[in-house]
Design a binder for this molecule. Structure first.
Ligand code: IPE
Ligand code: IPE
Ligand code: MG
Length: 252
């Protein structure tokens, strides 16, 4: 089990252990170039490759990428279908490389809405990389933070009905989709919007937020370094005062 920011004081390291990213701005990147939106998504996959490499170099242990939200089904059918095709081809093309580079792939979200072909590919990719330990790469697909919490609650109701009314955070956490990872230290959203869009609602409780205007297809290793530099200037207090952190006053 990992430290919960609300129940214990997490260890703060100079390099974030877990970075979670909303990869936003693909459509605008393409539009600026008079290209179809899907061209932005294609370029976005290249960015994923570069950022995975950069995370390994920086010593980041967990990288979580929001690829498709539970609300993205509202997009035009043509775009949704192209995104699904891209997901399939990325899985087909990248898994060997991930395996070679020590990356463990995990996919979180309600996968039941995906085609059986895609679900099989996802399970196979997870199985093929299950023993890797260098970086855990999580793709959030048909993921929603509210879905995650309700899903965990329903499991709890089925598994511990006798404790209803006394359930605690510690009961819920192991049933959340990312129970295999520590909470994100750093949350990044590219593309200029400053919102969570139903990403990891529970897990971001004490994460540091970093927003950049840079559109996802233009985000690169240097942009990641900038985000980490910003993170390193933050004071993570978890409810305490600055004086307590400086050691001038003791904590409870
Ligand atoms: C993010 O880029 C990718 C997905 C949501 C799949 P967008 O497609 O949202 O790009 P913008 O926000 O329209 O520029
Ligand atoms: C959030 O991006 C989801 C992903 C990046 C996958 P959107 O571009 O869909 O978010 P909203 O709808 O603008 O908030
Ligand atoms: Mg967007």
């Amino acid at each position: 089990m990992f430290t919960s920011a609300t129940r214990e004081l997490p260890e703060v390291r100079p390099v974030p252990r877990h970075v979670a990213i909303i990869m936003d701005g693909n459509g605008r990147w393409a539009k600026k170039r008079f290209l179809p939106r899907v061209a932005g998504h294609v370029k976005g996959v290249e960015t994923v490759r570069e950022v995975v490499r950069a995370c390994i170099e920086q010593g980041i242990e967990y990288l979580t990428l929001f690829a498709f939200s539970s609300e993205n089904w509202r997009r035009p059918a043509e775009e949704v279908s192209r995104l699904m095709q891209l997901f399939v081809s990325a899985l087909e093309n990248e898994v060997k490389k991930l395996k070679r580079n020590g990356v463990r792939l995990k996919v979180i979200g309600d996968l039941t809405r995906f085609s059986p072909e895609l679900q099989t590919l996802i399970r196979a990719a997870e199985a093929a990389t299950a023993d890797n330990t260098r970086l855990v790469l999580t793709i959030a697909a048909n993921y929603g933070g509210r879905w995650d919490i309700v899903h965990a609650m329903n499991q709890l109701a089925a598994q511990k009905p006798e404790a209803a009314g006394q359930w605690t955070e510690a009961d819920l956490e192991p049933r959340l989709a990312m129970s295999y990872a520590p909470e994100p230290d750093l949350f990044i959203r590219t593309g200029g919007e400053e919102r969570i869009s139903n990403f990891l609602l529970w897990q971001l409780a004490y994460s540091e937020f970093y927003f950049t205007e840079t559109l996802w297809p233009a985000f690169d290793a240097d942009a990641l370094k900038e985000a980490i530099a910003s993170y390193q200037r933050r004071e993570r207090r978890f409810g305490r005062t600055s004086e307590q952190l400086d050691g001038k006053e003791t904590s409870q």
